[in-house]
Design a protein around this ligand. Structure first.
Ligand SMILES: Cc1cc2nc3c(=O)[nH]c(=O)nc-3n(C[C@H](O)[C@H](O)[C@H](O)COP(=O)(O)OP(=O)(O)OC[C@H]3O[C@@H](n4cnc5c(N)ncnc54)[C@H](O)[C@@H]3O)c2cc1C
Length: 275
C-alpha cells in the first residue's frame, strides 16, 4: 500500500528535531524499519515526518561505571561492538545479532526499537534485565526513565509524541557477572514467540526478563527471588493461534533456562576478561 501524503523534514540538530516534533501529529523517523510499514498500512498518518537519522546520536561509550548507547546506534553496530565483548554485557550484542535480517539490522536502531515497544521485540527484555535507564529529551529538557517504567503497553512507551529517546544507559555489572539473551522466534517474522534475558552477578543474585509472552503486552521482569518456573506460571501468559498460552509458557521456561545457563558460564569468563 501507499502511505497517506505527509510532509518531510530532515533535522540537522537535536534542537531542530525537537522543535519540529512540537507540531501536532509530527513523528520521528529513525531507521524507518517499523514506521514505514506502519505508514504504508495507514495505521499511522503523521502530518509531518521528522527524519532524525543524521543526528549525532549513534555510538557506544563506556565511562564512569556506565555503558552509554546512542539512540541511533543500529542493531548491526551493537552486534559487533567491541565494548560488548565483555561477558557481563554480551546479552546486548547477542540480542541485536538475532534481530530481523541484515537489512533490518543495518537500518533499525535501538532507539526506534525501544520507542516502538512492539510486544514481541527482543531488546526490551535485555534492557530490563540489565537495569538500564532511558534518557528522553524534549524542548522542556531531559528526563531519565528506568527501563522497568518505560514500556507502558503494546506499542506504547514512555516517550511522548513531542519527545525523543536519545540514550540508553546501562550500569556496568560488577566483575564476574555474565549476561545472555535466548529466544524462540516466530518462523516467518523472526520476532520472539518467547525471549529471555538473564544477568547473573558474582554474589549469586540474578535478574531475569521475558519478552513476547506477557498478557499485558510488554516485556517484564521476573521477581528476583522466586523460582523462574513458578514466576512464569503466575505471570499470565499470552496465547494466540501460532503459540497458544500453554505452549508459550513452556517456551518461556526453556528460554529462561537457556539464558541462565549461558549467563552463568559467561560469568566465569568475565572474571578473567581483559578488554
Ligand atoms: C521484517 C522485519 C523483521 C523484524 N524483526 C525483528 C526482530 O526479530 N526483533 C525485533 O526486536 N525487531 C524486529 N523488527 C523491528 C526492527 O527492529 C526495527 O528496527 C525497530 O522496530 C524500529 O527501529 P527504527 O530505527 O527502524 O525505527 P523507525 O521505524 O524509524 O521508528 C519506529 C517508531 O519509533 C519512533 N522512534 C524512532 N526513533 C525514536 C527515538 N529516538 N525517540 C523516540 N521515538 C523514536 C518513531 O517515531 C516510530 O514511531 C523487524 C522489522 C521488520 C520490518
Amino acid at each position: 500500500m501507499i502511505p497517506a501524503s505527509t510532509r518531510y523534514v530532515r533535522a540537522t540538530s537535536l534542537e531542530e528535531a525537537l522543535e519540529a516534533l512540537a507540531e501536532d501529529d509530527a513523528t520521528a523517523l529513525a531507521g524507518g524499519q517499523s514506521l514505514v510499514s506502519v505508514m504504508k498500512l495507514r495505521l499511522a498518518r503523521p502530518s509531518l515526518v521528522v527524519d532524525i537519522g543524521r543526528l549525532d546520536l549513534a555510538g557506544l561509550d563506556v565511562r564512569e561505571g556506565e555503558l552509554r548507547i546512542g539512540a541511533l546506534t543500529t542493531w548491526a553496530d551493537i552486534a559487533r561492538a567491541a565494548e560488548l565483548r565483555r561477558p557481563a554485557l554480551a546479552a546486548l550484542a547477542e540480542c541485536a545479532a538475532g534481530i530481523g535480517d541484515l537489512q533490518i539490522r543495518n537500518r533499525g536502531t535501538i532507539g526506534g526499537g525501544l520507542a516502538h515497544a512492539d510486544p514481541a521485540s527482543d531488546m526490551p527484555a535485555v534492557v530490563l534485565a540489565l537495569g538500564a535507564r532511558l534518557v528522553v529529551r524534549s524542548t522542556d529538557g531531559e528526563r531519565v526513565v528506568d527501563a522497568s517504567e518505560f514500556f507502558l503497553g503494546p506499542f506504547r512507551s514512555s516517550v511522548g509524541e513531542q519527545e525523543l529517546l536519545t540514550e540508553v544507559v546501562v550500569p556496568l555489572p560488577p566483575p564476574g557477572s555474565g549476561s545472555a539473551y535466548a529466544a524462540v522466534d516466530h518462523p516467518a517474522s523472526g520476532f520472539a514467540l518467547a525471549g529471555a534475558a538473564a544477568l547473573v552477578r558474582p554474589d549469586g543474585s540474578r535478574s531475569l526478563a521475558l519478552t513476547g509472552v506477557g498478557v499485558r503486552g510488554n516485556a517484564f521482569l521476573l521477581p528476583d527471588d522466586e523460582d523462574p518456573e513458578a514466576a512464569i506460571a503466575s505471570a499470565g501468559i499470552y496465547g494466540d493461534r501460532v503459540a497458544p498460552a500453554p505452549y508459550r509458557q513452556q517456551l518461556a521456561v526453556v528460554v529462561v533456562q537457556r539464558a541462565l545457563d549461558r549467563a552463568r558460564s559467561r560469568a566465569e569468563e568475565d572474571v578473567t576478561w581483559q578488554a
